[in-house]
Design a protein around this ligand. Sequence first.
Ligand SMILES: [Zn+2]
Length: 210
Amino acid sequence: MLQYARPLQRLLNALERLPGIGPKNAQRLAFHLLRADEAEVQEFAAALSDLKARIRPCTQCFNYSEGDLCPICADPRREAAAICVVEEASDVMALERSGEYHGLYHVLGGRLSPLSGVGHDEINLDALLERVRGGEVTEVILATSPTVEGDATALEIARLVEQMVAAGELASAPKLTRIALGLPVGGDLDYADGLTLARAMRGRTVVEDG
Ligand SMILES: [Zn+2]
Protein backbone atom coordinates (compact mmCIF):
# COMPACT_ATOMS: atom_id res chain seq x y z
CA MET A 1 0.00 0.00 0.00
CA LEU A 2 1.33 3.41 -0.97
CA GLN A 3 1.50 5.52 2.16
CA TYR A 4 3.01 8.66 0.73
CA ALA A 5 2.74 10.55 -2.52
CA ARG A 6 5.21 8.96 -4.88
CA PRO A 7 7.80 11.82 -5.04
CA LEU A 8 7.84 11.95 -1.26
CA GLN A 9 8.26 8.19 -0.98
CA ARG A 10 11.15 8.40 -3.46
CA LEU A 11 12.90 11.02 -1.31
CA LEU A 12 12.26 8.99 1.86
CA ASN A 13 13.80 5.91 0.25
CA ALA A 14 16.89 7.91 -0.76
CA LEU A 15 17.28 9.50 2.67
CA GLU A 16 16.92 6.20 4.50
CA ARG A 17 19.86 4.79 2.59
CA LEU A 18 22.14 7.40 4.20
CA PRO A 19 24.21 6.28 7.21
CA GLY A 20 22.63 7.10 10.53
CA ILE A 21 19.26 8.05 9.04
CA GLY A 22 16.34 5.91 10.16
CA PRO A 23 12.71 6.19 8.95
CA LYS A 24 11.86 8.82 11.55
CA ASN A 25 14.78 11.09 10.67
CA ALA A 26 14.13 10.61 6.97
CA GLN A 27 10.58 11.75 7.48
CA ARG A 28 11.71 14.78 9.49
CA LEU A 29 14.17 15.82 6.76
CA ALA A 30 11.71 15.22 3.94
CA PHE A 31 9.00 17.29 5.63
CA HIS A 32 11.54 20.03 6.31
CA LEU A 33 12.40 20.14 2.61
CA LEU A 34 8.72 20.16 1.66
CA ARG A 35 8.17 23.20 3.83
CA ALA A 36 11.39 24.97 2.77
CA ASP A 37 11.28 27.61 0.06
CA GLU A 38 12.00 26.68 -3.53
CA ALA A 39 15.46 28.32 -3.65
CA GLU A 40 16.71 26.41 -0.62
CA VAL A 41 15.59 23.08 -2.08
CA GLN A 42 17.09 23.92 -5.48
CA GLU A 43 20.42 24.78 -3.84
CA PHE A 44 20.35 21.45 -1.98
CA ALA A 45 19.59 19.54 -5.19
CA ALA A 46 22.34 21.40 -7.08
CA ALA A 47 24.88 20.64 -4.33
CA LEU A 48 23.99 16.96 -4.59
CA SER A 49 24.29 16.73 -8.35
CA ASP A 50 27.54 18.76 -8.34
CA LEU A 51 29.04 16.35 -5.83
CA LYS A 52 29.42 13.49 -8.26
CA ALA A 53 29.93 15.60 -11.35
CA ARG A 54 32.69 17.86 -10.04
CA ILE A 55 34.55 16.01 -7.31
CA ARG A 56 37.35 13.68 -8.34
CA PRO A 57 40.51 12.31 -6.73
CA CYS A 58 43.49 14.67 -6.41
CA THR A 59 46.11 13.51 -8.90
CA GLN A 60 48.81 13.65 -6.23
CA CYS A 61 47.24 12.46 -2.97
CA PHE A 62 43.81 11.03 -3.96
CA ASN A 63 42.00 13.36 -1.57
CA TYR A 64 38.66 14.72 -2.84
CA SER A 65 39.34 17.54 -5.26
CA GLU A 66 37.65 19.81 -7.74
CA GLY A 67 40.75 20.51 -9.84
CA ASP A 68 43.83 18.38 -10.56
CA LEU A 69 45.27 19.13 -7.13
CA CYS A 70 43.25 19.22 -3.92
CA PRO A 71 43.38 22.43 -1.83
CA ILE A 72 45.98 20.87 0.51
CA CYS A 73 48.40 19.78 -2.23
CA ALA A 74 47.94 23.13 -3.97
CA ASP A 75 48.75 25.12 -0.82
CA PRO A 76 52.39 26.31 -0.91
CA ARG A 77 52.38 26.82 2.87
CA ARG A 78 52.09 23.08 3.55
CA GLU A 79 55.31 21.22 4.39
CA ALA A 80 55.85 19.13 1.28
CA ALA A 81 58.53 16.97 2.93
CA ALA A 82 56.00 15.18 5.14
CA ILE A 83 53.39 12.72 3.87
CA CYS A 84 50.68 11.45 6.19
CA VAL A 85 49.21 8.19 4.89
CA VAL A 86 45.52 7.59 5.63
CA GLU A 87 42.94 5.09 4.49
CA GLU A 88 40.10 7.37 3.42
CA ALA A 89 39.60 10.99 2.39
CA SER A 90 37.34 11.38 5.43
CA ASP A 91 40.45 10.73 7.57
CA VAL A 92 42.08 13.79 5.96
CA MET A 93 39.14 15.89 7.12
CA ALA A 94 39.40 14.40 10.61
CA LEU A 95 43.15 15.14 10.88
CA GLU A 96 42.66 18.64 9.46
CA ARG A 97 40.12 19.29 12.22
CA SER A 98 42.86 18.53 14.76
CA GLY A 99 44.86 21.50 13.38
CA GLU A 100 48.06 19.72 14.41
CA TYR A 101 49.44 18.68 11.05
CA HIS A 102 50.77 20.93 8.29
CA GLY A 103 52.27 18.49 5.80
CA LEU A 104 50.70 16.66 2.86
CA TYR A 105 48.58 13.51 2.76
CA HIS A 106 48.24 10.33 0.79
CA VAL A 107 44.84 8.64 0.67
CA LEU A 108 45.15 4.89 0.12
CA GLY A 109 41.46 4.34 -0.58
CA GLY A 110 41.32 1.38 1.78
CA ARG A 111 43.67 -0.92 3.66
CA LEU A 112 45.33 -4.18 2.80
CA SER A 113 43.00 -7.09 3.48
CA PRO A 114 44.13 -10.33 1.88
CA LEU A 115 41.01 -12.14 3.08
CA SER A 116 38.74 -9.65 1.30
CA GLY A 117 40.90 -9.64 -1.80
CA VAL A 118 42.39 -6.19 -1.19
CA GLY A 119 46.04 -6.38 -2.18
CA HIS A 120 48.69 -3.86 -3.24
CA ASP A 121 46.98 -3.11 -6.55
CA GLU A 122 43.60 -2.40 -4.99
CA ILE A 123 44.83 0.60 -2.97
CA ASN A 124 46.92 3.63 -4.01
CA LEU A 125 50.16 2.10 -2.77
CA ASP A 126 52.35 2.33 -5.88
CA ALA A 127 51.49 6.01 -6.22
CA LEU A 128 52.68 6.54 -2.64
CA LEU A 129 55.98 4.77 -3.30
CA GLU A 130 56.39 6.89 -6.44
CA ARG A 131 55.95 10.04 -4.36
CA VAL A 132 58.53 8.85 -1.85
CA ARG A 133 60.88 7.89 -4.65
CA GLY A 134 60.48 11.11 -6.58
CA GLY A 135 60.32 13.72 -3.88
CA GLU A 136 62.26 15.15 -1.01
CA VAL A 137 60.24 13.28 1.56
CA THR A 138 61.77 13.36 5.03
CA GLU A 139 58.91 11.76 6.98
CA VAL A 140 56.16 9.27 6.17
CA ILE A 141 53.53 9.29 8.90
CA LEU A 142 51.48 6.10 8.93
CA ALA A 143 47.99 7.08 10.06
CA THR A 144 46.06 4.03 8.96
CA SER A 145 43.30 2.93 11.33
CA PRO A 146 44.10 1.23 14.67
CA THR A 147 42.77 -2.08 13.36
CA VAL A 148 44.59 -5.35 12.66
CA GLU A 149 44.45 -4.60 8.93
CA GLY A 150 45.35 -0.93 9.43
CA ASP A 151 48.41 -1.95 11.46
CA ALA A 152 49.39 -4.56 8.88
CA THR A 153 49.04 -1.96 6.12
CA ALA A 154 51.27 0.49 8.03
CA LEU A 155 53.93 -2.20 8.56
CA GLU A 156 53.82 -3.22 4.91
CA ILE A 157 54.33 0.38 3.78
CA ALA A 158 57.25 0.72 6.22
CA ARG A 159 58.72 -2.51 4.84
CA LEU A 160 58.39 -1.33 1.21
CA VAL A 161 59.99 2.04 1.96
CA GLU A 162 62.84 0.37 3.84
CA GLN A 163 63.27 -1.92 0.86
CA MET A 164 63.69 1.10 -1.42
CA VAL A 165 66.22 2.58 1.00
CA ALA A 166 68.14 -0.72 1.10
CA ALA A 167 68.11 -0.86 -2.71
CA GLY A 168 69.68 2.61 -2.82
CA GLU A 169 66.66 4.06 -4.63
CA LEU A 170 66.36 7.03 -2.28
CA ALA A 171 68.84 9.81 -1.72
CA SER A 172 68.12 9.65 2.01
CA ALA A 173 65.95 7.47 4.21
CA PRO A 174 62.71 9.13 5.30
CA LYS A 175 61.66 8.78 8.92
CA LEU A 176 58.79 6.30 9.26
CA THR A 177 56.38 7.08 12.08
CA ARG A 178 53.06 5.71 13.31
CA ILE A 179 50.52 7.97 15.00
CA ALA A 180 49.89 7.11 18.64
CA LEU A 181 46.21 6.35 18.70
CA GLY A 182 44.67 5.98 22.11
CA LEU A 183 41.58 4.81 20.30
CA PRO A 184 39.66 1.64 20.95
CA VAL A 185 40.94 -1.05 18.64
CA GLY A 186 38.73 -1.19 15.58
CA GLY A 187 37.87 2.50 15.78
CA ASP A 188 38.22 4.66 12.71
CA LEU A 189 40.04 7.99 12.69
CA ASP A 190 36.84 9.60 11.62
CA TYR A 191 35.23 8.88 15.00
CA ALA A 192 38.01 10.50 17.00
CA ASP A 193 37.68 14.10 18.09
CA GLY A 194 40.21 16.75 17.11
CA LEU A 195 41.97 16.75 20.47
CA THR A 196 42.51 12.97 20.41
CA LEU A 197 43.91 13.18 16.89
CA ALA A 198 46.14 16.13 17.77
CA ARG A 199 47.54 14.09 20.66
CA ALA A 200 47.96 11.04 18.40
CA MET A 201 49.86 13.14 15.87
CA ARG A 202 52.12 14.77 18.49
CA GLY A 203 52.84 11.41 20.15
CA ARG A 204 53.75 9.57 16.98
CA THR A 205 56.56 7.07 17.29
CA VAL A 206 59.22 5.79 14.93
CA VAL A 207 58.26 2.45 13.38
CA GLU A 208 60.77 -0.14 14.56
CA ASP A 209 62.49 -2.27 12.00
CA GLY A 210 60.55 -5.44 12.04
ZN1 LIG B 1 46.03 16.31 -2.89
